[in-house]
Design a protein around this ligand. Structure first.
Ligand code: ATP
Length: 276
């Protein structure tokens, strides 16, 4: 049987499949700006993949494309063998700054996506209750977001994403605004939630330590236009001891992979600033 040339030869790594993905912002205009070039990436169901790269290399852009919030200007993206051309509740995006609605209670925030779908209140409450229990925030059900700490608000954001039962969680530096201790706690918490949910995670960070703590695989990007420079599997049991020789070796390797790219990104950004 002739294979469809538009469909990649899928393997079991089909939770997210990117083939030759490129993105030029404002394509075809004088402001055209190439963010990503020719990205190939296959993610397995239940896999935790960390995207690491210098500032401006297109990590967030790739998440928006996988979320279906933006369209690639080249290449194809698939999720569970369906082309990605629009947002779907199967793929939830969590940002650095939580965008909780301050006038809604915590449970109403968590159930917001369900209310858009027209789910009845009883169902919304039940799903919110379960999602909040999974992030350890049952007690906060009736509070308002401004009564919570930053870490708690990010847990509500995770609960809101989980309430839609996504198959893929897209996380854009979700803990960047938190202090170091809270961030470490949130990483442990996220690993528990991820294991329970069975979802695949694509997690963007600048922090090598965070990549080493979390990833099944670390994907290192070049400076803009972002291309995949290297992919490192992290075959270490969790919880990981950050002071172990294996973690230290990985940190050294990632630091080496990133160093030149960070320098290039910095030089480019200085050049752009000079030209402005
Ligand atoms: N909506 C947009 N319109 C035009 N250019 C954009 C847009 N979003 C991002 N860019 C540009 O695309 C490039 C990649 O940006 P992106 O935010 O994806 O990088 P990043 O790797 O996530 O950066 P950081 O780590 O600093 O958040 C940057 O040069 C950025 O200025």
């Amino acid at each position: 049987m002739a294979s469809d040339p538009a469909v990649p030869p899928f393997s079991s790594k089909d939770a997210v499949v990117c083939r030759g993905v490129s993105k030029v912002w404002a394509a075809g205009t004088a402001r055209a700006h190439e963010a990503l070039r020719d990205v190939d990436l296959d993610v397995s169901p239940g896999e935790f993949v960390v995207l690491l790269g210098p500032s401006g290399c297109g990590k967030s852009t790739l998440l928006y494309l996988v979320a279906g919030l933006e369209l690639a200007t080249g290449g194809e993206i698939w999720s569970f063998r369906n082309p990605v051309d629009r947002p779907s509740p199967d793929r939830s995006l969590i940002f650095q700054e939580t965008s909780l609605f301050p006038w809604l209670s915590v449970w109403q925030n968590v159930a917001f996506g369900l209310s858009i779908r027209g789910a009845p209140e009883e169902e919304r409450r039940a799903v919110a209750r379960e999602a909040l229990a999974r992030v350890g925030l049952s007690e906060a059900m009736h509070k308002r977001p401004d009564e919570l700490s930053g870490g708690m608000r990010q847990r509500v954001a995770v609960a809101r994403a989980l309430a839609m039962r996504p198959k893929v969680l897209l996380m854009d530096e979700p803990f960047a605004a938190l202090d170091v201790q809270t961030r470490a706690k949130m990483q442990d918490f996220l690993l528990d939630v991820w294991r329970d949910s069975g979802a695949s995670v694509l997690f963007v960070t600048h922090h090598i330590d965070e990549a080493v703590a979390l990833a099944d695989r670390v994907v290192v990007f070049t400076a803009r236009p972002g291309r995949i420079k290297t992919v490192l599997p992290v075959d270490l049991p969790r919880p990981r001891d950050p002071f172990s020789p294996e973690c230290e070796r990985l940190r050294v390797r990632l630091t080496g992979e990133l160093r030149g790219e960070v320098d290039r990104a910095f030089a480019e950004q200085e050049g752009l600033a000079g030209a402005a």
